[in-house]
Design a protein around this ligand. Structure first.
Ligand code: NA7
Length: 298
Protein backbone atom coordinates (compact mmCIF):
# COMPACT_ATOMS: atom_id res chain seq x y z
CA UNK A 1 0.00 0.00 0.00
CA UNK A 2 1.56 3.32 -1.06
CA UNK A 3 1.80 5.96 1.62
CA UNK A 4 0.61 9.44 0.69
CA UNK A 5 0.41 12.61 2.77
CA UNK A 6 -2.47 15.06 2.52
CA UNK A 7 -2.29 18.61 3.91
CA UNK A 8 -5.45 20.75 4.07
CA UNK A 9 -8.80 19.16 4.82
CA UNK A 10 -11.28 21.83 3.80
CA UNK A 11 -14.32 21.16 1.64
CA UNK A 12 -12.17 19.83 -1.23
CA UNK A 13 -9.22 18.34 0.62
CA UNK A 14 -11.38 16.19 2.92
CA UNK A 15 -13.24 14.65 -0.01
CA UNK A 16 -10.04 14.04 -1.97
CA UNK A 17 -8.19 12.48 0.97
CA UNK A 18 -11.20 10.21 1.54
CA UNK A 19 -11.09 9.02 -2.08
CA UNK A 20 -7.38 8.22 -1.74
CA UNK A 21 -8.20 6.18 1.37
CA UNK A 22 -10.99 4.37 -0.50
CA UNK A 23 -8.57 3.60 -3.33
CA UNK A 24 -6.33 1.77 -0.86
CA UNK A 25 -3.64 4.37 -0.17
CA UNK A 26 -2.15 4.61 3.29
CA UNK A 27 -3.05 8.27 3.92
CA UNK A 28 -1.41 10.56 6.49
CA UNK A 29 -3.40 13.75 7.03
CA UNK A 30 -2.71 17.15 8.55
CA UNK A 31 -4.88 20.24 8.85
CA UNK A 32 -4.14 23.60 10.48
CA UNK A 33 -7.25 23.19 12.65
CA UNK A 34 -6.49 19.69 13.89
CA UNK A 35 -10.11 18.73 14.66
CA UNK A 36 -10.83 18.52 10.92
CA UNK A 37 -8.59 15.41 10.78
CA UNK A 38 -10.98 13.45 13.01
CA UNK A 39 -13.46 12.13 10.40
CA UNK A 40 -10.56 10.95 8.21
CA UNK A 41 -8.75 9.32 11.14
CA UNK A 42 -12.02 7.58 12.03
CA UNK A 43 -12.02 5.98 8.57
CA UNK A 44 -8.43 4.77 8.67
CA UNK A 45 -6.10 7.74 8.02
CA UNK A 46 -3.12 8.49 10.22
CA UNK A 47 -2.57 12.01 11.52
CA UNK A 48 0.67 13.98 11.30
CA UNK A 49 1.52 16.74 13.78
CA UNK A 50 3.05 19.18 11.27
CA UNK A 51 3.45 19.41 7.48
CA UNK A 52 7.15 18.65 8.01
CA UNK A 53 6.32 15.44 9.86
CA UNK A 54 3.94 14.33 7.09
CA UNK A 55 6.56 14.95 4.39
CA UNK A 56 9.18 13.14 6.48
CA UNK A 57 7.01 10.03 6.59
CA UNK A 58 5.66 9.98 3.01
CA UNK A 59 7.32 9.73 -0.41
CA UNK A 60 4.43 11.78 -1.86
CA UNK A 61 2.66 14.65 -0.10
CA UNK A 62 -0.38 16.48 -1.51
CA UNK A 63 -1.78 19.83 -0.43
CA UNK A 64 -5.15 21.53 -0.91
CA UNK A 65 -5.38 24.90 0.85
CA UNK A 66 -7.25 28.10 0.24
CA UNK A 67 -5.02 30.60 -1.58
CA UNK A 68 -1.47 31.76 -2.42
CA UNK A 69 -0.67 32.93 1.10
CA UNK A 70 -1.85 29.62 2.62
CA UNK A 71 0.10 27.61 0.02
CA UNK A 72 3.21 29.71 0.74
CA UNK A 73 2.88 29.35 4.49
CA UNK A 74 2.41 25.60 4.22
CA UNK A 75 5.56 25.28 2.16
CA UNK A 76 7.89 27.95 3.57
CA UNK A 77 6.53 28.34 7.12
CA UNK A 78 7.86 26.95 10.37
CA UNK A 79 7.65 23.14 10.41
CA UNK A 80 6.54 23.46 6.79
CA UNK A 81 6.91 21.18 3.79
CA UNK A 82 10.29 22.52 2.74
CA UNK A 83 11.97 21.57 6.00
CA UNK A 84 11.59 17.87 5.18
CA UNK A 85 11.84 18.10 1.39
CA UNK A 86 14.67 16.23 -0.30
CA UNK A 87 15.61 13.62 -2.90
CA UNK A 88 12.99 10.90 -3.28
CA UNK A 89 10.17 13.22 -2.17
CA UNK A 90 7.33 14.51 -4.34
CA UNK A 91 5.10 17.48 -3.51
CA UNK A 92 1.77 17.88 -5.32
CA UNK A 93 -0.14 21.10 -4.72
CA UNK A 94 -3.82 21.03 -5.74
CA UNK A 95 -4.55 24.55 -4.40
CA UNK A 96 -5.61 27.29 -6.82
CA UNK A 97 -2.87 29.91 -6.76
CA UNK A 98 -1.25 32.30 -9.24
CA UNK A 99 1.53 31.00 -11.52
CA UNK A 100 4.23 33.00 -9.67
CA UNK A 101 3.41 31.45 -6.29
CA UNK A 102 3.45 28.03 -7.88
CA UNK A 103 6.81 28.65 -9.56
CA UNK A 104 8.30 29.92 -6.27
CA UNK A 105 7.18 26.75 -4.47
CA UNK A 106 8.33 24.53 -7.34
CA UNK A 107 11.78 26.13 -7.45
CA UNK A 108 12.24 25.77 -3.68
CA UNK A 109 11.19 22.12 -3.76
CA UNK A 110 13.56 21.41 -6.68
CA UNK A 111 16.41 23.27 -4.94
CA UNK A 112 16.06 20.78 -2.08
CA UNK A 113 16.23 17.86 -4.50
CA UNK A 114 12.49 17.09 -4.46
CA UNK A 115 9.95 16.98 -7.31
CA UNK A 116 7.05 19.40 -7.64
CA UNK A 117 3.78 19.11 -9.48
CA UNK A 118 1.11 21.79 -9.45
CA UNK A 119 -2.31 20.25 -9.95
CA UNK A 120 -5.21 22.69 -9.50
CA UNK A 121 -8.55 21.04 -10.07
CA UNK A 122 -11.65 22.05 -11.98
CA UNK A 123 -14.81 20.96 -10.17
CA UNK A 124 -16.26 21.67 -6.74
CA UNK A 125 -17.48 19.66 -3.78
CA UNK A 126 -19.60 17.04 -5.57
CA UNK A 127 -16.99 16.09 -8.20
CA UNK A 128 -14.41 16.00 -5.38
CA UNK A 129 -16.63 13.56 -3.47
CA UNK A 130 -17.37 11.47 -6.54
CA UNK A 131 -13.76 11.40 -7.78
CA UNK A 132 -14.73 13.15 -11.02
CA UNK A 133 -12.55 16.26 -10.88
CA UNK A 134 -10.49 17.54 -13.82
CA UNK A 135 -6.81 17.84 -12.86
CA UNK A 136 -4.74 20.55 -14.57
CA UNK A 137 -1.21 19.38 -13.84
CA UNK A 138 2.11 20.99 -14.69
CA UNK A 139 5.68 20.67 -13.47
CA UNK A 140 7.78 17.54 -13.05
CA UNK A 141 6.81 15.11 -15.82
CA UNK A 142 8.12 12.02 -13.99
CA UNK A 143 6.07 12.92 -10.92
CA UNK A 144 3.03 13.34 -13.15
CA UNK A 145 3.44 9.84 -14.60
CA UNK A 146 3.86 8.34 -11.15
CA UNK A 147 0.75 10.05 -9.82
CA UNK A 148 -1.42 8.20 -12.35
CA UNK A 149 -3.10 5.77 -9.92
CA UNK A 150 -3.77 8.46 -7.31
CA UNK A 151 -5.11 10.88 -9.92
CA UNK A 152 -7.48 8.22 -11.24
CA UNK A 153 -8.96 7.97 -7.74
CA UNK A 154 -9.65 11.71 -7.78
CA UNK A 155 -10.47 12.70 -11.33
CA UNK A 156 -12.27 11.71 -14.52
CA UNK A 157 -9.81 13.67 -16.65
CA UNK A 158 -6.19 14.70 -16.16
CA UNK A 159 -4.16 17.05 -18.33
CA UNK A 160 -0.41 17.62 -18.31
CA UNK A 161 0.22 21.19 -19.41
CA UNK A 162 4.01 21.57 -19.31
CA UNK A 163 6.16 23.66 -17.05
CA UNK A 164 5.12 24.86 -13.61
CA UNK A 165 2.76 27.84 -13.78
CA UNK A 166 0.82 26.61 -16.80
CA UNK A 167 -1.61 24.58 -14.66
CA UNK A 168 -2.29 27.61 -12.48
CA UNK A 169 -2.79 29.81 -15.55
CA UNK A 170 -5.23 27.30 -17.05
CA UNK A 171 -7.21 27.11 -13.81
CA UNK A 172 -7.45 30.91 -13.63
CA UNK A 173 -8.64 31.10 -17.25
CA UNK A 174 -11.32 28.47 -16.51
CA UNK A 175 -12.55 30.23 -13.38
CA UNK A 176 -12.51 33.61 -15.11
CA UNK A 177 -15.03 32.21 -17.59
CA UNK A 178 -17.03 30.63 -14.78
CA UNK A 179 -17.23 33.85 -12.74
CA UNK A 180 -18.30 35.83 -15.77
CA UNK A 181 -20.93 33.23 -16.71
CA UNK A 182 -22.35 33.27 -13.20
CA UNK A 183 -22.70 37.06 -13.20
CA UNK A 184 -24.29 36.91 -16.66
CA UNK A 185 -26.89 34.46 -15.34
CA UNK A 186 -27.54 36.63 -12.26
CA UNK A 187 -28.06 39.74 -14.35
CA UNK A 188 -30.43 37.94 -16.71
CA UNK A 189 -32.48 36.59 -13.79
CA UNK A 190 -32.58 39.97 -12.05
CA UNK A 191 -33.59 41.76 -15.26
CA UNK A 192 -36.29 39.18 -16.05
CA UNK A 193 -37.76 39.53 -12.58
CA UNK A 194 -37.72 43.34 -12.66
CA UNK A 195 -39.42 43.24 -16.05
CA UNK A 196 -42.24 41.23 -14.51
CA UNK A 197 -41.20 37.90 -16.02
CA UNK A 198 -40.91 34.63 -14.09
CA UNK A 199 -37.15 33.97 -13.68
CA UNK A 200 -37.95 30.22 -13.87
CA UNK A 201 -39.14 30.87 -17.43
CA UNK A 202 -35.79 32.46 -18.28
CA UNK A 203 -34.02 29.30 -17.03
CA UNK A 204 -36.36 27.27 -19.22
CA UNK A 205 -35.59 29.34 -22.30
CA UNK A 206 -31.84 29.31 -21.65
CA UNK A 207 -31.94 25.54 -21.18
CA UNK A 208 -33.78 25.00 -24.44
CA UNK A 209 -31.28 26.63 -26.78
CA UNK A 210 -27.64 27.24 -27.59
CA UNK A 211 -27.01 28.78 -24.14
CA UNK A 212 -27.88 25.55 -22.29
CA UNK A 213 -25.07 24.42 -20.00
CA UNK A 214 -24.65 22.29 -16.85
CA UNK A 215 -23.68 25.28 -14.68
CA UNK A 216 -26.93 27.18 -15.32
CA UNK A 217 -28.97 23.94 -15.08
CA UNK A 218 -27.42 23.03 -11.72
CA UNK A 219 -27.23 26.44 -10.08
CA UNK A 220 -30.21 28.30 -11.54
CA UNK A 221 -33.05 26.50 -9.70
CA UNK A 222 -31.13 26.54 -6.41
CA UNK A 223 -30.50 30.28 -6.74
CA UNK A 224 -34.20 30.93 -7.24
CA UNK A 225 -34.93 28.87 -4.09
CA UNK A 226 -32.36 30.93 -2.16
CA UNK A 227 -30.27 27.78 -1.59
CA UNK A 228 -26.65 28.95 -1.44
CA UNK A 229 -25.11 26.04 0.43
CA UNK A 230 -21.41 26.16 -0.46
CA UNK A 231 -20.17 23.77 -3.15
CA UNK A 232 -17.57 26.34 -4.21
CA UNK A 233 -17.22 29.08 -1.58
CA UNK A 234 -17.76 32.57 -2.97
CA UNK A 235 -14.61 33.94 -1.31
CA UNK A 236 -12.56 31.46 -3.38
CA UNK A 237 -14.37 32.40 -6.60
CA UNK A 238 -13.54 36.07 -5.92
CA UNK A 239 -9.94 35.13 -5.11
CA UNK A 240 -9.69 33.35 -8.47
CA UNK A 241 -11.06 36.40 -10.30
CA UNK A 242 -8.56 38.60 -8.46
CA UNK A 243 -5.71 36.25 -9.45
CA UNK A 244 -6.93 36.05 -13.06
CA UNK A 245 -7.07 39.85 -13.24
CA UNK A 246 -3.55 40.00 -11.77
CA UNK A 247 -2.34 37.63 -14.49
CA UNK A 248 -4.12 39.81 -17.07
CA UNK A 249 -2.25 42.83 -15.66
CA UNK A 250 1.10 41.08 -15.94
CA UNK A 251 0.42 40.01 -19.52
CA UNK A 252 -1.30 43.27 -20.56
CA UNK A 253 -4.42 41.29 -21.48
CA UNK A 254 -7.54 43.46 -21.06
CA UNK A 255 -10.27 41.64 -19.10
CA UNK A 256 -13.12 44.15 -18.80
CA UNK A 257 -15.87 41.57 -18.25
CA UNK A 258 -13.74 39.82 -15.64
CA UNK A 259 -13.13 43.12 -13.84
CA UNK A 260 -16.88 43.84 -13.78
CA UNK A 261 -17.62 40.32 -12.51
CA UNK A 262 -15.01 40.74 -9.80
CA UNK A 263 -16.79 43.88 -8.56
CA UNK A 264 -20.02 41.90 -8.22
CA UNK A 265 -18.24 39.18 -6.23
CA UNK A 266 -16.60 41.82 -4.01
CA UNK A 267 -20.02 43.36 -3.37
CA UNK A 268 -21.36 39.91 -2.42
CA UNK A 269 -18.48 39.42 0.02
CA UNK A 270 -19.26 42.78 1.58
CA UNK A 271 -22.83 41.54 2.11
CA UNK A 272 -21.39 38.64 4.11
CA UNK A 273 -21.73 35.96 1.43
CA UNK A 274 -18.04 34.89 1.36
CA UNK A 275 -18.76 31.50 2.97
CA UNK A 276 -21.82 30.79 0.82
CA UNK A 277 -21.75 29.20 -2.62
CA UNK A 278 -20.36 31.42 -5.38
CA UNK A 279 -23.85 31.56 -6.88
CA UNK A 280 -24.74 33.82 -3.92
CA UNK A 281 -23.31 36.63 -6.04
CA UNK A 282 -26.98 36.72 -7.13
CA UNK A 283 -27.77 38.42 -3.83
CA UNK A 284 -25.39 41.28 -4.66
CA UNK A 285 -26.73 41.63 -8.21
CA UNK A 286 -30.30 41.68 -6.88
CA UNK A 287 -29.41 44.14 -4.13
CA UNK A 288 -28.17 46.52 -6.82
CA UNK A 289 -31.32 45.84 -8.85
CA UNK A 290 -33.46 46.54 -5.77
CA UNK A 291 -32.53 50.23 -5.88
CA UNK A 292 -35.64 52.11 -7.02
CA UNK A 293 -35.53 52.61 -10.78
CA UNK A 294 -37.81 54.40 -13.26
CA UNK A 295 -41.09 52.69 -14.09
CA UNK A 296 -41.09 50.35 -17.06
CA UNK A 297 -41.26 52.18 -20.34
CA UNK A 298 -40.01 55.48 -18.86
P1 NA7 B 1 -11.92 25.54 2.29
O1 NA7 B 1 -13.03 24.59 2.57
O2 NA7 B 1 -12.10 26.99 2.61
O3 NA7 B 1 -10.61 25.00 3.06
C1 NA7 B 1 -9.42 25.74 3.06
C2 NA7 B 1 -8.31 24.90 3.65
O4 NA7 B 1 -7.10 25.69 3.63
C3 NA7 B 1 -8.56 24.47 5.11
O5 NA7 B 1 -8.02 23.20 5.30
C4 NA7 B 1 -7.75 25.54 5.87
O6 NA7 B 1 -7.36 25.14 7.15
C5 NA7 B 1 -6.55 25.65 4.97
N1 NA7 B 1 -5.75 26.86 5.22
C6 NA7 B 1 -6.13 28.15 5.06
N2 NA7 B 1 -5.11 28.98 5.38
C7 NA7 B 1 -4.09 28.19 5.76
C8 NA7 B 1 -2.76 28.45 6.20
N3 NA7 B 1 -2.30 29.70 6.30
N4 NA7 B 1 -1.96 27.40 6.50
C9 NA7 B 1 -2.43 26.13 6.39
N5 NA7 B 1 -3.68 25.81 5.97
C10 NA7 B 1 -4.49 26.83 5.66
O7 NA7 B 1 -11.46 25.50 0.77
P2 NA7 B 1 -11.81 24.43 -0.36
O8 NA7 B 1 -11.43 23.09 0.13
O9 NA7 B 1 -13.18 24.66 -0.89
O10 NA7 B 1 -10.80 24.91 -1.52
C11 NA7 B 1 -9.43 24.61 -1.50
C12 NA7 B 1 -8.79 25.10 -2.78
O11 NA7 B 1 -9.42 24.50 -3.93
C13 NA7 B 1 -8.87 26.59 -3.03
O12 NA7 B 1 -7.67 27.02 -3.62
C14 NA7 B 1 -10.05 26.73 -3.98
O13 NA7 B 1 -9.95 27.91 -4.76
C15 NA7 B 1 -9.99 25.47 -4.79
P3 NA7 B 1 -8.35 25.40 8.43
O14 NA7 B 1 -9.32 24.26 8.42
O15 NA7 B 1 -9.00 26.73 8.21
O16 NA7 B 1 -7.45 25.39 9.61
Amino acid sequence: MTRIGFLGLGLMGSAMARNLLKAGFDVVVWNRSAQRCQPLVATGAKQGRTPREVVQGCPVTCAMVSDPSAAGELCFGESGVLEAMGPGKTYVDFSTVDPDTSRRIGAAVAARGGRFLEAPVSGSRKPAEEGTLVILAAGDRGAYEEMGVAFRALARKTLYLGETGRGAAMKLAVNLVMGEMMVALCEGLALAEKAGLAPEDLLDVLGAGALANPLFALKGPKMLQGNFEAAFPLRHAQKDLRLALGLGDLLAQPLPAGAAANECFKAARSLGAGGEDFSAVYRAVKAAAAAPGPPLGA
